[in-house]
Write a protein that binds this ligand. Structure first.
Ligand code: B12
Ligand code: SF4
Length: 513
């Protein structure tokens, strides 16, 4: 069977496609885990952001898929629905499956869309079983994690003109995979990177790829979708598998690797051993990019940070979330931001973590969330000032009520949600107000400050990749300052006018199809 897997083209403010175009790790993992008789093509539409319609049309015509799968985040739902309609118009009898965070957590909203299957939770085994069932016509009722349309005999998942009349069946959830399993127990095999049919992945001029070493997290931050997605658990791949994955990514041309684990720092000793393994295997010539808890770095930084550097880690995305205790409590992120000494809590871990990373020549991508319910102008400014002083690349977001997170219920109960347009739920568009400030005001404050912070990192990028900066800095600055003018930069025009222009440009950018 020919299977076409697509990730959505939508990107958000901190991922300017001129500098960052990363592959979606889910799709190659799915491609690596179907039965070998299927022919899979993976297309990351971020690579063709301005030619989505043409590219999808070409792929459907040339590849003639029997099944198309789409990976979707909430802010990409509207684009996904347009792509689904396009595919359906091109090939009415194709089977369409959706998966990823949005279809898993808001599956009811997909029942009215023109799709045949919703894959909830982890997808490797579910997709494998779905393709087998489609091939054999054997019915879908035994496939955990699958939702499908019941057309009476449950063998075809609905068809033709009456597709939308069929009632949905939601099979029981699929238990999370124990990644440790060996081949004979149904392991998750390595991703299939040969399935990719588009090229152009980059992170600041170097070809980038993603790898996974673990899945899951045992914390329960109120803004995070992970708990509802898979419960509180942590499973790990063996180091042999991880190293094989790194080699495979390198052999496919990658020079920078992004570790997409939900929370790799949950087991610091394992992470240290992984760094040692990367060094021993001679794979530390690559650049690594990882997401980390501040507490792990602060509490183990003395030995951990130098080791990370030796292993090739260059950028560390720190989930600082907020520097104020009240906000951290609202975000349920106090525990992962607490430093400990001699078994006692000694306050916020952030500064300590930042210092360890800087002392070891690593750069801090500062993840902060501003615009929480109790936030005032002063509390937001305190976080912005912190970012100005201590982080190398700001990654400041607004709390966003994604489906089924604890935060969403709180915002709804408090009547603070001001915007229900999901395509704007990209993290840098403020969609909730605080008790003191409108959503627009919160976003204006962040936007105004953050653009300038980003310019401070250009010299560091230049030292690493001078040619990239020479050839791309103009377009990168144009992206960062879109909406601004010479007059607004010199204070001759109200910055709010520039902000309005930026928002207008952003609205137009979101029309990908
Ligand atoms: C790594 C990561 C990133 C990386 C992305 C790197 C990349 N290109 O892959 C970076 C840091 C760049 C990033 C950015 C963003 N991210 Co992010 N990210 C993650 C993270 C940590 C892991 C995702 C991952 O790759 N997992 C590994 C893969 C294998 O698992 P998976 O994606 O779940 O896929 C499995 C299943 O979902 C399913 N599946 C997925 N797709 C499909 C498709 C089909 C057809 C099928 C059958 C099955 C299937 O099968 C897969 C294999 O089991 C998650 C979760 C978390 N703990 O925070 C957030 C997460 C996915 N991100 C999220 C968001 C919102 C964003 C941003 C919008 C910014 C933000 N607010 O944080 C941006 C958007 C990026 C853009 N396009 O511009 C949200 C999504 C919430 C939602 N409801 O949509 C999450 C869940 C975090 C959260 N806030 O809760 N992100
Ligand atoms: S520590 Fe990270 S992965 Fe875990 S719940 Fe918090 S934000 Fe989500």
């Amino acid at each position: 069977m020919n299977v076409l897997l697509l990730s959505m083209p939508d990107s958000f403010e901190h991922m300017p496609p001129v500098a960052i175009r990363m592959p979606n790790g889910a799709l190659t993992s799915l491609a690596g885990n179907v039965d070998p008789n299927h022919n899979v093509a993976v297309a990351d539409l971020i690579l063709v952001q301005r030619n989505v319609r043409e590219t999808v049309t070409r792929l459907v015509r040339e590849f003639n898929p029997a099944v198309v799968g789409l990976s979707i985040m909430t802010f990409q739902r509207r684009t996904a629905s347009r792509i689904i309609d396009l595919i359906r118009a091109l090939k009415p009898d194709v089977k369409i499956a959706v998966g990823g965070y949005d279809p898993s957590l808001a599956f009811e909203d997909y029942e009215n869309m023109n799709v045949d299957f919703i894959v909830r939770g982890e997808g490797e085994v579910t997709l494998r079983e779905l393709l087998r069932a489609l091939e054999r016509g054997s019915g879908f009722d035994k496939i955990c994690g699958l939702s499908y349309r019941d057309n009476g005999n449950s063998r075809h998942g609905g068809n033709g003109a009456d597709r939308n009349q069929n009632a949905w069946v939601h099979n029981p959830a699929r238990p999370v995979h124990r990644l440790e399993d060996k081949a004979e127990d149904g392991e998750i095999r390595l991703p299939n990177r040969d399935a990719r049919v588009l090229s152009g992945y980059t992170l600041l001029g170097r070809q980038v790829d993603v790898i996974e070493t673990s899945r899951g997290c045992t914390y329960d931050c109120s803004f995070c979708s992970i708990i509802e997605m898979r419960g509180r658990n942590f499973h790990t791949y063996t180091f042999d598998r991880v190293l094989a994955d790194i080699r495979d990514a390198r052999d496919h041309g990658a020079r920078t690797l992004f570790l997409v684990d939900d929370n790799i720092m949950l087991n610091v000793h394992r992470f240290e051993a992984l760094c040692e393994a990367i060094i021993a295997a001679g794979l530390n010539q690559l650049d690594y990019f990882v997401q980390a808890m501040t507490s792990s770095i602060a509490n183990h930084g003395e030995t951990l940070a130098p080791l990370m550097r030796r292993a090739g880690f260059r950028y560390v995305f720190l989930g600082i979330e907020n520097i104020l205790d009240g906000d951290l409590e609202f975000l349920r992120a106090s525990a992962k931001n607490t430093a400990r000494e001699d078994g006692h809590n000694v306050g916020n871990a952030t500064l300590k973590a930042v210092n360890y990373l800087h002392r070891n020549q690593m750069y801090v991508v500062g993840g902060l969330i501003v615009g929480n319910p109790a936030d005032t102008r002063e509390s937001i400014e305190a976080n912005l000032e912190f970012a100005r002083r201590y982080v190398d690349w700001p990654y400041i977001q607004h709390p966003t009520p994604y489906p089924r997170t604890p935060m969403t219920k709180e915002f709804r109960d408090q009547g603070l949600i001001q915007n229900e347009r999901l395509e704007e739920y990209d993290g840098t568009t403020a969609v909730v107000r605080t008790e003191h400030l409108s959503a627009d005001e919160v976003e204006f404050m962040r936007w105004k400050a953050e653009r300038w912070m980003k310019t401070h990192h250009i010299p560091a990028v230049f030292r690493h990749d001078p040619w990239f900066v020479l050839t791309h800095s103009g377009r990168m600055l144009a992206h960062t300052f879109r909406g601004s003018s010479i007059r607004s930069a010199f204070g001759l025009e109200d910055e709010r006018k520039a902000f309005e222009r930026y928002k207008e440009i952003r609205r137009a950018e979101r029309e990908y199809v």
